[in-house]
Design a protein around this ligand. Structure first.
Ligand code: HEC
Ligand code: HEC
Ligand code: HEC
Ligand code: HEC
Length: 409
């Protein structure tokens, strides 16, 4: 039956609930036998009965006969999409997932046993989701929004740096358009004395690491504007000097794409001049800038300051982190509504154990488990996101799907 059926797959399968399924054939070349995963998806009751025997002898110890896990880090597999279950067992066999228990369990199994046991577990009723834990819910609700937290720190900086980081007081640096990493490093440099400024040292010392990261992000997300302060030098002469010796690092018109080289576009001229003098004299110690500043006379520095002050700063690459529900929208694009995938090759994540889910997201992030889609997704998740997403999906009701081939025309 397999050959004829496979042709039908991309045009649509009838799901139990009457849903149509498109794009089912995304096995992504994982399975050696490309038809075996579809056999798991479209297994007969007799196949499933044979799969049950395999489960009894080789899997039930850990996954239970019902596929509802009771062990930490052991996934629920009941009702999981059969094409996915089959493909993952092939991955364990091929050494793509290092879990020793699983590798040992499937090492010597033939393809027939694999797709039948996948069909068996896929046909079972999923484990019930976990109830909402009021403590965890309170913790999730209290999760700080780093941008809002950054704004409340910035309230104490606005008197000097301007409310949104746009300076209107000569001598005060613009704080907009700075990469958060540079901002962070600059503030730490005051704290540890590498940059000498008593007032900023005191201010920096009063900030926790989290405060510092949050405020850096807040300013990075503000609309970039030029400092509203005067600049006296000759900007045209400054432009020539900049092209000769600065733009290689600081970019065209003072806009850099590097996280470690500060943006100079729109910077307050007086602060700029002070900074250059400090590099020259060594009170601001930085090997990179020392050489560039040493050659410059006062007039050139002033011209450079005037030139850079006139340039339009550009938005940084920083982005506000997504909330859990914004993440969920993205995850559901592939994993189905509330994590209930309808693609037989895409794992459902609804109702999955949170401990296992967290472990897996870490494995994608470190590359221990390989998937280009999931490596990209997991690399941008914070630890708090990982916890929140695992807890969210553990509470979603898992729904099983039965795949039935449509008759051909
Ligand atoms: C000794 C305990 C043990 C046995 C026996 C065992 N498993 Fe597992 N299984 C695990 C653990 C632990 C994991 C999670 C491993 C990981 O993180 O990669 C797992 C993961 C899986 C996965 C991946 C699930 C997912 O969502 O990606 C599948 C599929 C699976 N097992 C099926 C089976 C089948 C079928 C059998 C029997 C042939 C079996 N297992 C036998 C412990 C076991
Ligand atoms: C009393 C005025 C004042 C206040 C308040 C103040 N700053 Fe500053 N800040 C300065 C001055 C002056 C400089 C330039 C010091 C120097 O020459 O190195 C500076 C420099 C900086 C720099 C370095 C900018 C760069 O381009 O390298 C950062 C970052 C910074 N401040 C962050 C903050 C933050 C965050 C706060 C609030 C928590 C704050 N400042 C509050 C006066 C202030
Ligand atoms: C080899 C790369 C390089 C070159 C060339 C270079 N810079 Fe820099 N510049 C840097 C780096 C890196 C920093 C950050 C140093 C620090 O943290 O103190 C910096 C910092 C600065 C700052 C301080 C900005 C702030 O927000 O505090 C000014 C002003 C500056 N450069 C101006 C210039 C000018 C003007 C020239 C040309 C004469 C120049 N730079 C050439 C790499 C360079
Ligand atoms: C672009 C599609 C896509 C998006 C978006 C996506 N995933 Fe996945 N996900 C996959 C694929 C494909 C796999 C199977 C990869 C493999 O074989 O290891 C997977 C696997 C997983 C697994 C492993 C399931 C198991 O049982 O072991 C988890 C957990 C998971 N994704 C969670 C998430 C979360 C959380 C998000 C949102 C932050 C997300 N995914 C977003 C495509 C996606």
């Amino acid at each position: 039956m397999q050959r004829g059926l496979l042709k039908l797959v991309p045009t649509g399968l009838l799901l139990c609930g009457g849903l149509m399924l498109a794009g089912a054939a995304q096995a992504q070349g994982k399975a050696k036998d490309p038809t075996a995963d579809m056999r798991a998806v479209l297994a007969s009751p007799a196949d499933i009965a044979e799969g049950k025997k395999v489960a009894q002898s080789s899997c039930a110890n850990c996954h239970g006969m019902d596929g509802h896990s009771t062990g930490k880090n052991v996934p629920h597999i009941a009702g999981q999409r059969p094409g996915y279950l089959y493909a993952e067992m092939r991955v364990y066999q091929a050494g793509g997932r290092p879990d020793k228990a699983m590798v040992d369990a499937v090492k010597f199994m033939n393809d027939d046993a694999l797709w039948k046991v996948a069909a068996y577990y896929g046909s079972l009723e999923p484990a019930p989701p976990v109830a909402v834990d009021p403590k965890a819910a309170a913790k999730a609700a209290a999760r700080v929004d780093p941008v809002r937290a950054g704004k409340s720190v910035a309230d104490s900086c606005g008197g000097c740096h301007g409310e949104t980081g746009v300076s209107s007081m000569a001598g005060m640096p613009n704080l907009v358009a700075l990469d958060p990493k540079h901002f962070y490093d600059a503030t730490l440099a005051y704290k540890n004395g590498q940059r000498k400024h008593d007032m900023m040292k005191t201010i920096a010392a009063g900030m926790s690491d989290a405060d510092l990261k949050n405020v850096a992000l807040f300013y990075a997300l503000q609309k970039p504007e030029k400092a509203k302060t005067p600049a006296a030098g000759d900007a045209a002469a400054g432009e020539r000097a900049a092209a000769a010796s600065c733009s290689g690092c600081h970019g065209d018109r003072g806009v850099t794409s590097s996280a470690t080289v500060p943006n100079l576009a729109g910077q307050d001229a007086e602060y700029f001049i002070e900074a250059m003098r400090a590099y020259k004299s060594g009170t601001r110690s930085d090997e990179t800038m020392k050489g560039a500043a040493a050659k410059l006379d006062e007039a050139t520095i002033k011209n450079l300051a005037a030139y850079y002050a006139k340039q339009q700063p550009m938005p940084t690459k920083a982005r506000a982190p997504l909330s859990t529900s914004e993440w969920v929208q993205r995850c559901d694009r592939c994993h189905g509504v509330n994590g209930n995938s309808t693609d037989p090759h895409m794992p459902a994540i609804a109702g999955q154990r949170a401990d296992y889910h967290e472990k897996v997201l870490h494995a994608y992030r470190t590359g221990e488990r390989k998937s280009s889609a999931m490596s990209a997704m997991s690399s941008t998740l914070s630890e708090a996101d990982v916890e929140a997403l695992a807890a969210y999906y553990a509470r979603q009701k898992p729904r099983s799907v039965i795949y039935v081939p449509l008759p051909s025309k």
